[in-house]
Design a protein around this ligand. Structure first.
Ligand code: SF4
Length: 149
């Protein structure tokens, strides 16, 4: 377990390192990229297409009309050797991770599946409320617009 070397860090430092991918790659952790259900905005999709990927290969529209990353053999299409091959162009939701939006609580929370979840305070997570709400609102609006087409 790799929590102990980080005990001297504060919650904000840990989150920063997680979002830069430092802690994750140092410990070959890609739990969040396995069986991903990450929702994508049209902008996310376009950024990835601009990297040279075909939409049909990396995403699909679920039964509720949301566009999501595709898993291949249980891991995200973009995860190779435990690393994200589109890291700098990864979707917004991946950039916010391990902060996710809990629709029931209407609040940003730390994903309890992340091994470092307990090291990040809910206060830090809540600073992402507005940004995550904006992203979710955008994705929901895009779904509604596409169902009207
Ligand atoms: S796009 Fe990259 S960071 Fe996001 S789930 Fe896939 S492999 Fe992980």
């Amino acid at each position: 377990m790799y929590i102990s070397p980080l005990l001297a860090w504060n919650s904000g430092d840990i989150l920063k390192s997680l979002q830069l991918g430092g802690i994750c790659s140092n410990h070959s952790c890609a739990i969040c990229c396995k069986e991903t259900k990450m929702m994508l905005s049209s902008e996310d999709v376009q950024v990835i297409i601009d990297c040279g990927y075909r939409k049909i290969d990396f995403c699909f529209v679920d039964e509720e009309g949301f566009t999501r990353l595709k898993n291949i053999n249980g891991v995200c299409f973009f995860l190779r050797d435990n690393k994200c091959i589109i890291y700098s162009s990864r979707p917004q939701g991946c950039k916010f991770y391990p902060i996710i939006f809990d629709l029931d609580k209407n609040n940003a929370i730390v994903d309890p599946d992340c091994p470092l979840a307990k090291s990040i305070s809910s206060k830090i997570a809540s600073t992402f409320n507005n940004d995550l709400k904006k992203l979710i609102r955008k994705i929901i609006e895009e779904r509604e617009n596409s169902s009207e087409e």
